[in-house]
Design a protein around this ligand. Sequence first.
Ligand code: FMN
Length: 182
Amino acid sequence: MKIYSSRFNIRTGRTMSGRILVAYASKNGSTAEIAQAIGKELLRAGTSVDVIEMKTVTTLAGYDAVVIGAPLYMGSIMGDMGKFTGRYCSELAKLPVAAFAVGVAPKDPKPGACEAAMGALTKACGQVAPVASVLFSGKLDPAKVNFVMRKFMEMAKIPSGDFRDWDAIAAWARGLPAVLKV
Ligand SMILES: Cc1cc2nc3c(=O)[nH]c(=O)nc-3n(C[C@H](O)[C@H](O)[C@H](O)COP(=O)(O)O)c2cc1C
């Protein structure tokens, strides 16, 4: 879905400096909401932004930078991201790319959970080398998983709840124009 397309920011009165694609994958919607929040912050920063589910992206033509984000499931980044970075490998190699992962790893008391999550993000990026990468706390609603998975989560002591830190997400997004050089 294209949410912003103007080259002129009505709120700030500034001419936009670059066009950024925020491409996301999401199974249960929490990463989609994070992607929208990043898009809003980038718009505030004076860039032109499209926030689009990555499996529906048809071209990277016209973009000056790309932000990719997807959630973790069972230790891996949702498969759509690997497909996206594979499909657009040559285009992404010529653009500045920032990547974010979403999961409950930051709230997981098990040592090494965040490092493993970041490793999964690097793997999903494939040949693409992001100029910035981050892991955000996500939202895990036990009501949205089946009985077997719920029992597994209880046994593995996987934390549930909405852990999204909107201030941290906005702060990361505000820094993107500088690191993406747009
Ligand atoms: C079945 C299942 C497996 C999950 N596995 C992981 C995981 O391995 N690592 C992690 O950090 N979070 C894991 N999570 C948490 C999700 O990444 C988190 O709920 C995320 O916000 C979901 O994003 P979405 O709503 O966009 O699909 C898992 C959640 C579920 C339901």
